[in-house]
Design a protein around this ligand. Structure first.
Ligand code: ATP
Ligand code: MG
Length: 393
């Protein structure tokens, strides 16, 4: 029987939360592979086993498991019962006519009552393999490592240890709401929060019908891609064009960008509270553009009591771009679109918008009405992976 042995990030899983973390990871692995004929996913001492059916396509399962946070590494394994002779002969069967220049056996045992230590088991199994194959043993840099994991009633072995995504299982850290543009930065910010165990919901501000639907399509595609990691996502699409028009009528040009951002945050604050999200997330990096100076960031922050996480605050664009490529959102982000922020953007936005000046500028705006209108017209989209997306109202 083929299984996948999944190891989680040990250090993160200490203490009282451990069983809960593991249960969540089991559930996430189950959901992520729900359509791939995986027979069972269950927690064993120190690891998780995913039992594969005869029909299961390993490359597909492998790709899915790679995206699940909380997984340190995993391997396609066989599970056998019986003594060391039985284990060694099963390994030899599976090796078939594999050739290698050197090898080692690396054992972990969960049951410390077992009469042999791990290095002794390495030697016992390794000796049997060496006798048949004649391969030299190399403990420091072997060409082939045979991983053996002895549990109380059975033994796993596998030949390839695949790195996982690391981080914490999606959902264990609570919910946050990410302000999601179609740009390069905010998808990376969302990914980073997901990796720390947050369930990320998304809010996008668009200027349709003044501008095209391109930004919405891009954001939808980005969220669908990120949903492969967290399996369930919610996206709020908010019409922002009218609000921007009102700002243009009443707010002096240098302050407009900060006023747009404050309005975005007020609306985001509403949905975060409604959804019981405990923080907002943005893709801002200090000094990257005019709205992201220290002065402007603090003036923007003042509209909400929720914490605002900016996981990219200390990164260069170059560093963010490398990460965006790695998580595969980059090709979507660079598709040309007309983001609402390019609309009505003044030539010389203030880089030092003081709170008092901004508040004065906003006093001519029906802020509550604008927020209320945006909230009442929101379009909500729920996405599930694997599966379809759904538009609700
Ligand atoms: P990004 O690449 O994420 O768009 P950016 O460098 O273009 O970032 P800004 O346009 O100043 O920077 O946006 C800063 C942050 O504000 C974004 O990272 C995002 O969190 C939020 N934001 C900007 N535009 C929108 C939008 N249309 N809808 C939702 N959030 C937005
Ligand atoms: Mg942007």
């Amino acid at each position: 029987m083929q299984s996948i042995v999944v190891h989680y990030q040990e250090l993160a899983l200490k203490g009282k939360n451990r069983p809960w973390f593991i249960a969540r990871l089991v559930r996430n692995l189950k959901e992520a592979t729900a359509d791939l004929n995986v027979i069972s996913v269950r927690a064993l001492p120190g690891r998780i086993e995913m039992v594969l059916g005869v029909e299961t396509k390993w490359p597909l399962v492998r790709e899915r498991v790679t995206r699940i946070f909380g997984v340190a590494n995993f391997g396609l394994a066989r599970r056998v019962t019986g003594d060391l002779d039985a284990v060694a002969s099963s390994i030899l069967d599976d090796l078939g006519d594999t050739q290698t220049s050197s090898f080692r056996v690396k054992t972990r045992r969960t049951d410390k009552r077992y009469p042999l230590t791990s290095p002794q088991i390495d030697r016992e199994i390794g000796g049997r393999i060496k006798t048949v194959k004649g391969w030299p043993v190399n403990l420091s840099l072997p060409d082939l490592t045979i991983y053996v994991e002895m549990l109380t009633d059975s033994t796993f072995y596998y030949f390839d240890k695949i790195p996982g995504s690391g981080g914490l299982p999606s959902g264990v850290s609570g919910r946050v709401l990410c302000l999601q543009s179609g740009g390069i930065d905010s998808p990376v910010a969302a990914y980073r929060m997901m990796k720390r165990g947050c369930r990320v919901q998304f809010i996008h501000f668009h200027s349709y019908p003044i501008l095209s639907k391109a930004s919405q399509d891009k954001v939808r595609e980005i969220v669908m891609l990120l949903t492969k990691h967290q399996l369930h996502s919610r996206l709020f699409m908010v019409a922002f064009g009218d609000i921007q028009r009102q700002v243009v009528l009443r707010v002096p040009p240098p302050l407009r960008v900060v006023v747009y951002r404050r309005l975005m945050l007020r609306i985001a604050d509403h949905f975060a509270r409604q959804q019981k999200a405990k923080a907002l997330v943005t893709g801002e990096a200090l000094g990257q553009v005019a709205s992201q100076t220290l002065d402007n960031i603090s003036t923007i922050n003042a509209v909400t009591n929720l914490p605002i996480f900016r996981p990219l605050i200390g990164l260069d664009k170059e560093e963010i771009t490398i990460e965006a490529r790695k998580i595969e959102t980059y090709p979507i982000s660079i598709i040309p679109d007309q983001d609402c922020c390019q609309l009505f953007i003044p030539k010389h936005p203030s880089t030092k918008a003081k709170l008092q000046a901004v508040q004065e500028a906003e006093s001519g705006l029906p802020v509550d009405d604008l927020v209320h209108q945006a909230v009442s017209e929101v379009v909500r989209e729920d996405m599930t992976f694997p599966g379809q997306s759904q538009v609700a109202d």
